[in-house]
Design a protein around this ligand. Sequence first.
Ligand SMILES: Cc1cc2nc3c(=O)[nH]c(=O)nc-3n(C[C@H](O)[C@H](O)[C@H](O)COP(=O)(O)O)c2cc1C
Length: 331
Amino acid sequence: MADLSVEYMGLQLRNPIIVGSSGLTDKTESIRNLEQNGAAAIILKSMFEEEIILEKQASIGQMQSGGTLYPETLDFYQYEDAPRESTTEYLDMLRKVKSEVSIPVIPSINCMTARQWTWFPKELESAGADALELNLFILPSDIKRSVEENEKVYFDIIAEVADRIKIPVALKISYYFSNLASMIMKLSETSIKGLVLFNRFYSPDIDIDKFEITSGSVLSSPGDLSLSMRWIAIMAERVKCDLAASTGIHDGTAVIKQLLAGADAVQVVSALYRHGGERIAEMLHDLETWMDKNNFKSIEDFKGKLSQSKSDNPAAYERVQFMKYFRGYTG
Ligand SMILES: Cc1cc2nc3c(=O)[nH]c(=O)nc-3n(C[C@H](O)[C@H](O)[C@H](O)COP(=O)(O)O)c2cc1C
């Protein structure tokens, strides 16, 4: 039987499937169910930087007047749940989950600045976190801010957090950078141990009858896979840290594609909202069957086989124009 185990950020995982931060990873019962279905690790639902600061007497109102936060930014993440009462509640949940499951448990913090909240990771470490994931969601929409200002905050946060705790730290990022490959490379050369490519953000839509701005789909679809797959393939073998693929991984085939592209692990969320925790077991079954069919004994036997540096057709990942395809395309 094929060995599905992998190492991600120094953590030994029984297989490459991690459940991403979401409402699914907010309760012990649901986390136990995910473990039973084969999840190799879970990222707890994020605590917000604002929630942490709030507890230290700052108010969300103050932050808004500082121009750092639109209330709508929170909507996506509060899809199901109201904000937590306190950091104590989060730490209690972490301890409880740790005592009930044996897979690695990774808390998550959504952050935008390197201020006031950075005492909290140490508490998470003391409460038994196996690693920490920082979700940096900064939309570079302020035309007055320079590229340098936008990018500096990432390195400031790493210096404040990853350099101060012993557990491995992963950074979950978006693709909104003016020089994405170079930024991913620079981030990987810091003390972080993993990069998660990419988070999926709330996307606005427009109702043309009501003249209103509405919400796009909260869940991803399988067609969303290629963005992260392209960048995993381009950056694998180059970066100095591990890579986890996120967004659009809905079945076993998508897991295999991301591993072939060079991911060390994958994160899934929407597929589990749509199909339930059993989807993990199905993905693992499909991965194992495919490995057996191709005579792969371990994930290492094929991981990165189709990354840009190893593939016979490296240009395929850099192709952006459809010219050749448009020519014979009839719809
Ligand atoms: C309902 C919901 C809640 C989410 N909450 C968080 C969160 O608290 N922190 C975070 O980093 N990502 C959060 N995400 C993003 C997911 O972790 C993931 O990055 C995104 O959904 C893309 O993966 P997918 O295509 O497998 O869904 C959430 C996603 C959904 C659908």
